[in-house]
Design a protein around this ligand. Structure first.
Ligand code: FES
Ligand SMILES: [Fe+2]
Length: 385
């Protein structure tokens, strides 16, 4: 974030604290229950966002060195990401061109090539088919046209994006719509991956995103975990195309009142939440970054998500490990014991017929923006069909 933007955000938050206000939308917004329950909408989301769309994978440090690789199956499409010898990133369908077996499983490092476990066809880090046993039997299928099928991939601002569809073209800055100025300033390319955990819950994937869409609930749902650290219902909101940013004041925010403007440190006194449309949440917490990537499960009321912790320095001693484990465990305890059980209860309530819509208040502008963005994106595809 630019320095003058930081100052502006500090001023906004100080004003909210003084006036006991928060960022406001123009009015309330009634979000239809079908947004979370309709199998037809779920099918369109899957096709538009998770099949033909572009997804953020995480930070570049997931694959720091040439020969590092990882598989990614959360979109429903088998994807293989590889750091090639020249340091650039490659993405491929993880599908052998012989008879379609998965070429790689899990993740690893120091790889020079990928050998399909079924019959041994061998692919280079650039996806080219290098060799295959009993070459004579396949001479009619030219090796040069039977490399792994490449996928569009981009790496910018220390983050990785990929599309599960070979035909999709995209530009990262177009997707970020101005948020890149913020993201570039975080120097995410200098971070280190600490840990990733995978969660499966009985709720629509957008409910998982909604968890991070307002600070109104903090004092009620998190009295012993988050509430002691952050002000409830005191935050900023700024849209960036379909994405948005919220800044939540920490309880130490009032310290800034006694400091000259030149010494204001926004990062040390807030949590900054950036939602990258449609399914990714970045939370910048002082000295570390937490990322959430939500994906639809098999049913409309299922989510599969992964949460990652990224840290500024590699861990090289037990004390540091203990520190980051404690951080991660607190985060997980909060969401697993408090947020997500609530969301699962909501999901069951949606099916009860109690109401046709839920309400996003004027104090929940990020939720309004997010769900209007979902609607806009879905409407555009319907119009284009
Ligand atoms: S399916 Fe991969 S070598 Fe046969
Ligand atoms: Fe929460």
């Amino acid at each position: 974030m630019r320095r003058d933007d930081q100052i502006a955000e500090v001023r906004k938050l100080l004003a909210h604290l003084d006036r006991r206000t928060t960022a406001w939308a123009d009015g309330i917004y009634r979000n239809p229950i079908t947004d979370y329950t309709c199998p037809n909408q779920a099918a369109r989301e899957r096709d538009l966002f998770f099949r033909k769309g572009v997804i953020n994978v995480g930070l570049s440090c997931l694959l720091p060195r040439p020969g590092d690789w990882m598989t990614h199956d959360y979109t429903g499409v088998p994807i293989l990401l590889v750091r090639r010898q020249d340091g650039t990133l490659g993405a491929f369908l993880n599908v052998c061109r012989h008879r379609g077996a998965r070429v790689a499983e899990g993740s690893g490092s120091g790889e020079r090539d990928f050998r399909c476990p079924y019959h041994g066809w061998c692919y280079g880090l650039d996806g080219a088919l290098i060799a295959r046993p009993d070459e004579r039997s396949f001479a009619a299928a030219d090796r040069s046209t039977h490399g792994l099928r490449p996928l569009p991939v981009a790496e910018k601002y220390g983050m990785i994006w990929v599309s599960p569809s070979p035909e999709t073209h995209f530009d990262v800055d177009d997707l970020l719509a101005g948020l890149e100025i913020d993201l570039a300033a975080y120097r995410l390319d200098t971070y280190h991956h600490y840990e990733t955990r995978v969660l499966r819950r009985r709720m629509n994937w957008k409910l998982a995103v909604d968890t991070f869409g307002e600070s109104y609930h903090l004092q009620h749902l998190h009295p012993n975990t988050v509430d002691p650290l952050f002000y409830s219902n005191r935050c900023t909101f700024d849209p960036f195309g379909l994405n948005h940013r919220m800044i939540i004041a920490r309880k130490n925010f009032d310290e800034l009142r006694d400091l000259p403007e030149a010494e204001w440190d926004l990062f040390d006194h807030t949590a900054i939440i950036c939602v990258l449309f449609p399914n990714t949440v970045f939370t910048f917490q002082r000295d570390h970054v937490e990322t959430w990537h939500m994906f639809p499960g098999d049913e409309v009321d299922e989510t599969v998500m992964y949460v990652s912790l990224y840290i500024p320095e590699p861990v090289d001693n037990p004390k540091a490990k203990e520190h980051w484990d404690r951080n991660f465990n607190l985060l997980m305890a909060t969401v697993e014991m408090e947020d997500f059980p609530t969301c699962e209860g909501m999901q069951r309530g949606f099916a009860s017929g109690a109401q046709d819509a839920i309400i996003f208040g004027r104090n929940e502008p990020a939720l309004q923006h997010y769900h209007k963005s979902i609607r806009t994106a879905l409407a555009e595809t319907v119009a284009a069909e």
